[in-house]
Design a protein around this ligand. Structure first.
Ligand SMILES: NC(=O)c1ccc[n+]([C@@H]2O[C@H](COP(=O)([O-])OP(=O)(O)OC[C@H]3O[C@@H](n4cnc5c(N)ncnc54)[C@H](OP(=O)(O)O)[C@@H]3O)[C@@H](O)[C@H]2O)c1
Length: 337
């Protein structure tokens, strides 16, 4: 079978198409013919060697994939041959709150990932995907969609009538937009591009702010809402967190998801968190239980993920170059396998 591997070391230039033996599923394992994978910022960090995960070379990258189960090992009962499935990023995070021991085993680092024609996973680590989705669409669910779903719906308790502030038009934020609308919440979304803001508006955003033209977007959000938003999904990190707290209403929730602008805020006065009585919650994607609930909602609402571009597997380098460039896409980047 064909697979993409890092054979000798880190770096996008080290990605190589290799020929490997087709794996065989052991007890409680399933063999998946992978059809599509989506790219995440996490994959870029793993490939670059900056993510603190213990990689063994040769290593198969990519965390998020979807495909069809073509064989099952002894004792498999949850999943059947012919099921269309996606892998859950954290293979042992099945339910409940995040715990250190279940967050460690993640696909695409430290575990081998899904950039291969055939992948073997434990039956507990896969989730059936909604029937109306293509494999390309379903491949976007495990990280970007599940993160937005977990933070807004499961932990955030988002309700109809709430106002959500989303940052930028990448994978997590566009799923955040779709799930907020599904719930009956209204959305303020920011972007560095007016053209992308128009697309977000067409998808249903209530208000848009260009964060390059309006650096005080937190003040703008306060004005628009007469006192602040109920929930901010923060993907910016260092450059956005303080403003995200400013944009909250008293008693609002900040979900810290990303760090696209960096991880460190040199000096920070915590007063605003106290004054706002804010809830600040860090994200570690989500558990299988939440993944299944999300898929049920996606199926009921016939929601389609927003994919910007699909690349063939042998052009994965171009797909990563697009991701690394940062702002040249809207929603998700996918590779066909
Ligand atoms: N902790 C978790 O559970 C978890 C899960 C998923 C993702 N993440 C992290 O969350 C972040 C976002 O992930 P993603 O997959 O959505 O990324 P993405 O698809 O690569 O998002 C890129 C977009 O983010 C926007 N952006 C970049 N810098 C920004 C800034 N300073 N302020 C506001 N928007 C900015 C830009 O939007 P415009 O082009 O519209 O300006 C850019 O196009 C990444 O850091 C990722 O590693 C964490």
């Amino acid at each position: 079978m064909k697979a993409i591997q890092l054979t000798n070391g880190f770096g996008l230039e080290e990605l190589t198409m290799t020929e490997l033996d087709k794996p065989t599923p052991g007890p409680k394992e399933v063999l998946i013919r992978m059809r599509a994978a989506s790219l995440n910022y996490r994959d870029l960090m793993v490939l670059s060697g900056v993510m603190p995960v213990d990689i063994k070379f040769p290593f198969i990258p990519l965390s998020d994939g979807a495909g069809e189960v073509v064989a099952v090992g002894q004792g498999v009962t949850r999943i059947h041959v012919g099921n269309r499935v996606a892998g859950n990023l954290q293979q042992r995070f099945l339910a409940g709150n995040p715990r250190a021991e279940v967050l460690a085993d993640s696909l695409g680092g430290p575990l081998n990932g899904v950039a291969a024609e055939y992948v073997v996973l434990h039956e507990d680590g896969v989730v059936p995907i909604p029937d109306h989705l293509t494999y390309e669409e379903a491949s976007t669910l495990p990280i970007a969609a599940l993160t937005a779903w977990s933070m807004l719906i499961e932990y955030g308790g988002l309700q109809a009538g709430d106002t959500v502030l989303l940052q930028g038009t990448g994978g997590v934020s566009i799923f955040g937009l779709q799930f907020s609308l599904m719930t009956g919440a209204r959305v303020i979304i920011t972007s560095s591009s007016n053209a992308k803001l128009e697309r977000a508006k067409a998808l249903g955003a209530w208000q848009t702010i260009n964060y390059s033209e309006v650096p005080d977007w937190d003040q703008k959000a306060l004005e628009l809402t007469d006192g602040g938003v109920d929930h901010v999904l923060d993907v910016g990190g260092a450059a956005t967190m303080v403003k995200s707290i400013n944009a909250l209403r008293t008693g609002g929730t900040l979900s810290m998801v990303g760090f696209l602008s960096g991880l460190t805020i040199p000096e920070y006065d915590v007063t605003s968190i106290l004054q706002k009585a804010a809830t600040v919650r860090g994200s570690q994607v989500g558990n299988r239980d939440h993944f299944e609930k999300m898929n049920r909602a996606i199926a009921h609402h016939r929601l389609h993920p927003v994919i910007d571009r699909v690349f063939p597997l042998d052009r994965i380098g171009e797909a990563f170059a697009l991701l690394a460039e940062g702002k040249q896409y809207f929603g998700k980047i996918v590779v066909q396998i």
